[in-house]
Design a protein around this ligand. Structure first.
Ligand code: NAD
Length: 341
């Protein structure tokens, strides 16, 4: 049985999710919805995704641009077994009533509030909690990056406390309206940032403090992470553990990847679509355990793509068609996870 997936919102995240869903042996994209007839709408049609108008009043604009529509978004929702809502922050909440009207379970993204949904989701951390949920939120890029790391450490050693400073990109490469252009902002200036509480939607009892900054960069976020572990260990042991996780890429010391620029270059050279880095990229040399229980490391999070495999897994989790291990393996194999392996 093929799972019929609709994708509402075909931008940075939506177009990547559409390609990733199409790559799965057990899924099919029944269509994508878009508000405007821009270059991404053209690309959707060029890539043979049936295109639906997200705003009925704008059908004419698509006609004028010569872009063929398959219908309007409500038909897409009706024809889909599950919808992935990849619209901008806050629009998912507006769409919720439409998904309910057609009794179609929906996945939302990290820009929506946690209280919109029944469950917040990260495949490695809480896969089974999403089964049967009508409304599921795949947590943000930063929360996904922190959750994958914490889940591995929690399972192996236990975690007493996490402190993380998130150096965030000002905008995605195509977001010409974002900044800062020449500044470094504590953002938010108040502590903690919202990221820690967001991680608590996945790990409710975790003691975590996060601090946020914003810098004039577009390629990735960079996290400086300190974790106090419950059981004693050493640097080598942690490194081996992290290297064994399929969605963590521990950058080997010899590679000379000194930042996000070379990381993205490596992803492009490796043939990754759009230069995407679906894994957390953890600098191997930064992994350091002090005193047996204080872990430090740096990781880069490719904000445009790390949530993509999580959306694919959330589809199976909600519909109950695979367990965590099966789904992650299937997704990883279909996408070609394992940068540098
Ligand atoms: P985006 O602006 O790149 O894409 C959103 C798409 O939705 C655009 O194609 C837009 O035209 C379309 N759209 C707007 N209104 C719509 C409507 N009413 N119905 C249907 N489509 C509509 O945004 P994005 O970066 O892909 O973000 C989508 C969601 O993913 C947000 O919740 C965001 O917080 C989250 N997210 C973004 C990133 C990131 O770094 N870009 C990372 C993780 C999560």
């Amino acid at each position: 049985m093929t799972i019929e997936v609709g994708i509402n919102g075909y931008g940075t995240i939506g177009k990547r999710v559409a390609d990733a869903v199409r790559a799965q042996p057990d899924m099919e994209v029944v269509g994508v919805a878009k508000t405007r007839p821009n270059f991404e709408a053209e690309q959707a049609v060029a890539n043979d995704f049936p295109l639906y108008a997200a705003v009925p009043e704008r059908v004419e604009q698509f006609d004028e641009a010569g872009i063929e529509l398959a219908g309007e978004v409500e038909e897409l929702v009706q024809n889909s077994e599950i919808v992935v809502d990849t619209t901008p922050s806050g629009i998912g909440a507006e769409n919720k009533a439409m998904y309910e009207e057609y009794d179609t379970p929906a996945l939302y993204q990290g820009g929506e509030d946690a209280d919109l949904v029944d469950v917040s989701f990260n495949a490695r951390s809480n896969f089974a909690e999403a089964e049967g949920a009508d409304h599921t939120r795949v947590v943000s890029c930063n929360t996904t990056g922190l959750s994958r790391l914490i889940a591995a450490l929690e399972d192996e050693y236990g975690v007493e406390k996490v402190r993380a400073t998130l150096v965030r990109r000002g905008g995605d490469p195509a977001q010409s309206s974002r900044g800062p252009i020449n500044d470094t902002l504590p953002d938010p200036v108040t502590i903690p940032s919202h990221h820690g509480p967001d991680v608590n939607t996945i790990f409710p009892d975790l003691d975590i403090d996060t601090l946020g900054m914003k810098v004039p960069a577009t390629l990735t976020h960079t996290h400086s992470v300190n974790v106090e572990l419950t059981d004693e260990t050493d640097t080598e042991d942690v490194r081996e553990l992290l290297e064994g996780e399929s969605r963590l890429f521990v950058i080997p010391d010899h590679m000379g990847i000194d930042g996000s620029g070379k990381l993205k270059e490596f992803a492009l050279d490796s043939g990754r679509p759009r230069g995407d880095v679906w894994e957390n990229a953890i600098w191997g040399e930064s992994i350091t355990v002090e005193g047996g229980d204080e872990l430090y490391l740096f990781q880069a999070i490719h904000q445009e793509s790390d949530v993509v495999p999580e959306n694919v897994d959330a589809i199976r989790a909600v519909l109950g068609t695979a367990d965590r291990r099966e789904s992650i393996e299937r997704t990883d194999e279909a996408l070609g996870m394992g940068l540098g392996r």
